[in-house]
Design a binder for this molecule. Structure first.
Ligand code: MG
Length: 442
């Protein structure tokens, strides 16, 4: 039974999901004997939390509840426990909820750990404890203070900037406004009341953040930041009210941190390759970036940094969980040294085209054979995630969607014309493969 994706499990909350949540708590308690819990602001948080806790505690495991906190805050607290469980559906609409399971180093449960939980749920093999071994849940109110103090330790000076903060009424409401105030900022809150309802669409993408842009402009702020529902993603608006692309944020953070190695995903912009970092590309998804940083942790954690185009950034010195709260402090620090707009304008920009066509795994095999022929014309074919054909002046990525029967096409190049050419090469290759498949079946 496959329950978990790399970002946990998410569903509309109903009786069936609550019963499943009990079974997941039971399975987690069989393998992890001390677990810390956190929730985002959704109105189903308590129902989900009690269902999970009921299963977990009935195994005799110890549980501590850290309250409404962002995922990175819970991840930082998890270092004192065997595992962390975050009740959240991240940027899904308010009727959803879910569970993210976290290791003491802040990384998400890997595929082996997830499969172990899934196996116990599907075979109903979890064991419960005798009554006298069952404990009550304790409170863990210090998670926010611990995370904030850890972040402040890296930012010794007062940063007197005017910053608009839009938490979307999600879990970051509990931390980012407080952190920025502690940093010395004149903080203007937008949607920072943790109501459980999201007054704007909760994904921090430009189409949902009009109020942030207009407030940055009307207040003459130095910058604006926004989060998703569980505070592991950030969006940034510069002092001119322009969105800063996440690929450019990756570059700004990596430079400011003095990173030598940048771990990012195969669909991130090639601009990062031009800035002198050793760039390592993983499959799409912040969990893969985190996995790679974990794999490398024994080598040179001081010089390493990771992130991806969705606005997730991982600061391995703090934890291996994407930490948009730390990222908020970091972008404020950068803005205190230079105007964000000037820094952004110095970073190269390349046209990037994205689209999707219907298709499946069989089509991908055909596409691979066709693309191999392109290698003869100077391209380099990489298969980290889907098929990435790289040239000196651009690249084309063709990969199956993880959630829909579609094949996604992404192309980026030094000119609009070349990006279109690469995009059309991808489109034409898929269409020819689909036509051949159709001829073969009729
Ligand atoms: Mg999230």
């Amino acid at each position: 039974m496959k329950l978990f994706g790399s970002s946990g499990i998410r569903r509309v909350v109903d009786r069936e999901f609550l019963q499943l949540t009990f079974d997941i708590g039971l399975a987690v308690g069989n393998s992890y004997h001390s677990v810390v819990l956190g929730c985002d602001t959704r109105t189903s948080s308590d129902a989900m939390r009690y269902a999970f806790l009921s299963g977990l505690l009935s195994t005799g495991a110890a549980a501590a509840h850290a309250g409404v906190i962002p995922t990175p805050t819970l991840a930082y607290a998890t270092r004192h426990f065997e595992a962390g469980a975050m009740i959240t559906a991240s940027h899904n609409p308010p009727q959803y909820n879910g569970i993210k399971l976290i290791n003491p180093d802040g990384s998400a449960f890997d595929s082996t750990q997830r499969e172990q939980v899934e196996q116990m749920v599907s075979t109903k093999s979890s064991k419960t404890a005798r009554w006298e071994e069952i404990k009550n849940c304790t409170d863990y109110p210090e998670a926010v203070a611990q995370h904030v103090e850890r972040i402040l330790a890296d930012f010794p000076t007062k940063l007197k900037l005017k910053v608009v903060v839009d938490c979307g009424c999600g879990a970051a409401s509990a931390v980012t406004p407080y952190l920025l105030t502690r940093l010395g900022c004149d903080m203007i809150p937008l949607n920072c009341q943790p109501s459980g309802y999201f007054p704007r669409e909760i994904e921090p993408v430009p189409e949902n953040l009009g109020e942030l842009v207009s407030t940055v402009k009307s207040e003459g702020a130095d910058l604006g930041v926004a989060h998703d529902g569980d505070g592991d993603r950030i969006a940034v608006v510069d002092e001119k009210g322009r969105f800063v692309a996440a690929d450019k944020l990756l570059a700004l953070f990596a430079r400011q941190l003095g990173a030598r190695v940048v771990v990012t995903t195969v669909d991130a912009s090639m601009l990062i390759d031009e800035l002198g970092f050793e760039v390592i590309r993983t499959r799409v998804g912040d969990a893969f970036v985190s996995d790679e940083l974990r794999r490398r942790a024994a080598r040179d954690i001081e010089g390493e940094f990771g992130g991806e185009s969705s606005g997730c950034f991982i600061f391995p010195r703090v934890s291996l969980c994407p930490d948009a709260i730390y990222a908020a402090a970091k972008i404020v620090q950068i803005a205190s040294e230079h105007r964000i707009s000037a820094l952004v304008d110095q970073i190269p920009s390349y046209p990037i085209l994205r689209g999707a066509v219907p298709g499946d795994k069989a089509t991908m095999d055909e596409v691979e054979n066709s693309l191999k022929r392109q290698v003869e014309s100077g391209g380099r074919l990489e298969t980290t995630d889907g098929l990435r054909l790289a040239f000196g002046d651009g690249w084309l990525l063709i990969r199956p969607s993880g959630t829909e029967p579609k094949i996604r096409i992404t192309a980026e190049a030094t000119s609009e014309k070349r990006a279109e050419q690469l995009y059309n090469l991808g489109l034409k290759t898929i269409e020819e493969c689909l036509a051949r498949e159709e001829r073969a079946t009729t």
